[in-house]
Write a protein that binds this ligand. Sequence first.
Ligand code: M6R
Length: 369
Amino acid sequence: MVGSLTSEDKGDFEHFMLKEIFDGPEALRQTLRGKIRDNKIVFSELKLEVQAINKIFIAGCGTAYHAGLVGRKAIEELAGIPVEIDLASEFAYRTALWQAGDLLIVISQSGETADTLAALYKARKAGIPILAIVNVPDSTIARLADMVIYTQAGPEISIASTKVYLTQLLVLYLLALYFAQEKNALPPEELMACINAIATIDQYVEKALTQQPRIKEIASHYYHANNAFFLGRGYDYPVAMEGALKLKETSYVHAEAYAAGELKHGPIALLNGDVLVMALLSQDALLEKTLPNINEIKSRGATIIVVCKESLQEHCQEYENRIVIPDTNPLLAPLVAVIPLQLFAYYMAIFRGTEVDNPRHLTKAVTVE
Ligand code: M6R
């Protein structure tokens, strides 16, 4: 159910979802507050011997899981700590080979998700320390975890999580950089460049939001679609997963995400003129591999929408449905690339006439396993 704020709280926006997408930059600024001091990442919430961390496990559901997928990549790439990630709902059914020095990170907007709580209990039973990334203060997960980092997104009313996803990503990037800093895992100038990039990321998100009219226009052409694929490689893949989830939950369009390279291993059989394909191109180094995948889709007659980084635009000229996102450090691109996908899901829902803030069969906190 949509939360208890009144319609006035939407300000000039017609729906909470749209307001919350536009709240993203401010949510990032609030979450960043106090985390960078004298060019260093500071986490007073953590009671951890970073050098002694052996492996990190991450568990979450839905959007929180998608944030965790990005976090895994960042932690492994920047800090060199191995990470395993599970859907919290599956974590109970597999053997976690815990070792001394392991840490579980649970991610949850509500802090009340039953599946995520079950993952927490499993680690607790094994004596593994638990760090929670939570948005709702004093929620059950926040109370039970050994350490809590709050995302400072403020209340999120719309069932589709948007601004909180951004802040979850931000906390995970900051954690990855903090671990790297404490382990001296990166050359100082590289660490500094990443810290500087993250300190100004809100401005890039603001810029991505200026694409709103273009995205609305594209959605107005394609809202009758019944099937959509979201494609990406590297950091773009978990963002594609998030885009597909947003679209299905708000507009009830059947949407799936595929790693761009996986398409030819089966799903390509589904492509025809009725399929909408959203392709993400935010990673310079992966352009050469992903472009041929998109061309292949084109030759199968599917409608393509390309979300493309500004400096890669020249490679995407042949795609009329182009949404341009600002150039960022490729590591941080998910924070920017997800904005058009959130807006696209919103406008698809609006044109299809669904109850965008309160989609059928969903609740803001899923408290049953
Ligand atoms: O409150 P949580 O972050 O633990 O919730 C997890 C999922 O239920 C949630 O992200 C869900 O997928 C959202 N409706 C996505 O927009």
